[in-house]
Design a protein around this ligand. Structure first.
Ligand SMILES: [Zn+2]
Length: 413
């Protein structure tokens, strides 16, 4: 592989990998999961990376949801630049609610896409298929999801017969194996020399269900750790971060701490005064009932903004509420895709729209765990190899999960 290849994106230069390089987005991996797993002795490889390589806690992009952060990681840029600020948004022109299911809203090339076009053998593997379509933007290489692995074709995904390669059929989308399959596929792609640069994006199925240190969580991290050990044994530089953390959102008795914001505002200001959009919404609602810690709101009458902001600031569970200009400035969000105001829930709360819209029966008595707010911004930032002096210096500044490709490709010795 010629090492002179490099690409530039948003003011940064990314070198082609000198060694096989694997960047992992461990979905919903709050740093506490790793702290507990290491304390319980189930992740020796992560412990070794932290001792011999580099480990820090970085910040995810706001809102702390899956799509905005995966796109920030692969572009090295905030949502204001790449354009993806939720899984779900309201199209102001049509008044329709739109699911982000492909790359049509994406405003930036990606680092893996550019390197693949420069001749680097590149693979992007995701757990959920909706993310695969966005992450595969501009990629000339292998790109598939474990959810749809059995349907992969050379024309669409750059590879077929994944059951033959990985040794098992596509996993149940509601299982820990949805993530482990991504890891196993990555290992096989390295072993067979099909890829030299890999981006592996997992699912947060386990993290929505289980708190750090619970046996099910530790079991998952032990299984993940065994795969990290294999990647390292294959000579890869391994870099791990997350799209967001995960917090318990229930009262001591198990009742979810939910503010139904659209109900509350409309009760006070009149029917249809506000429309609230929950950008966590995705087809995997069984994880969280579409309840997260960040919502966008659209007012019927713009002149009510000041009064509504004051009212919302006093509602239970609200950590921050701000108009569009302030939200975009503070969180680096694209203004043309932002609501009239945004509300952010505190660490142990979520905000929904209308009570009737959220089905919490799927929780089946389990405590609600979710994300989206400032409380879920801290994420791990771990590399298998030590940093160069320049990147050691960089690491002393505020690290973001979107710095991970720079560190993995440019920053290790
Ligand atoms: Zn996620």
């Amino acid at each position: 592989m010629p090492s002179a290849i490099e690409v530039e994106l948003h003011g940064r230069t990314y070198r082609a990998p000198r060694r096989p390089t694997v960047v992992i987005c461990a979905d919903g991996c709050d740093p506490d999961y790793i702290r507990h797993a290491i304390a319980n002795g189930v992740t020796p490889t992560l412990a070794r990376f932290m001792d011999d390589g580099f480990a820090a806690v970085a910040d995810a992009a706001m809102p702390t949801f899956t799509n905005p952060n995966n796109m920030s990681i692969v572009t090295g840029a905030p949502p204001a630049v790449h354009g993806i600020s939720g899984n779900y948004y309201l199209d102001r022109d049509t008044g329709r609610e739109v699911m982000v299911t492909d790359a049509s809203l994406l405003r930036s090339p990606t680092i893996p896409g550019l390197l693949s076009r420069a001749g680097v053998a590149t693979a992007v593997v995701t757990a959920k298929d909706k993310l695969r379509r966005a992450l595969g933007h501009g990629l000339e290489g292998i790109c598939f999801s474990s959810e749809r692995a059995d349907d992969a074709t050379v024309a669409e995904n750059g590879i077929a017969d994944l059951a033959g390669l990985v040794g098992r059929p596509a996993p149940d989308p509601y299982s820990a194996d949805l993530s482990l399959y991504v890891m196993d596929a990555g290992i096989r792609l390295l072993e067979t020399g099909r890829a030299r640069l890999l981006y592996l994006s997992l699912s947060d199925y386990v993290q929505h269900k289980h708190a750090p240190g619970e046996p099910e969580a530790d079991r998952f991290y032990a299984a993940l750790d065994a795969r990290l050990a294999r990647l390292a044994a294959l000579g890869a530089v391994v870099a791990l971060t997350a799209d967001h953390g995960m917090s318990d959102k229930a009262a001591p008795d198990g009742t979810p701490n939910v503010l139904y914001l659209e109900d509350a505002v409309n009760e006070r200001f009149g029917a249809d005064a506000v429309r609230v959009i929950c950008p966590i919404t995705d087809p995997f609602v069984r994880h969280h009932g579409a309840l997260g810690a960040f919502v966008r709101a659209y007012l019927r009458r713009p002149d009510t903004l000041g009064a509504v902001l004051r009212f919302v600031a006093g509602l239970p569970g609200v950590e921050a509420v701000m108009d569009r200009a302030e939200a975009c400035a503070r969180f680096e969000l694209p203004a043309d895709r932002e609501g009239d105001f945004v509300a952010v829930a505190g660490k142990d709360w979520v905000i929904g729209a209308r009570r009737a819209e959220h089905d919490l029966s799927a929780l089946a008595g389990k405590r609600l765990r979710s994300h989206g707010g400032l409380g879920e911004q801290p994420v791990p930032f771990i590399l298998s190899h030590p940093l160069s002096p320049a990147h050691r210096e960089r690491a002393a500044e505020r690290l973001r999960n979107r710095d991970i490709f720079d560190f993995a490709l440019n920053g290790v010795v």
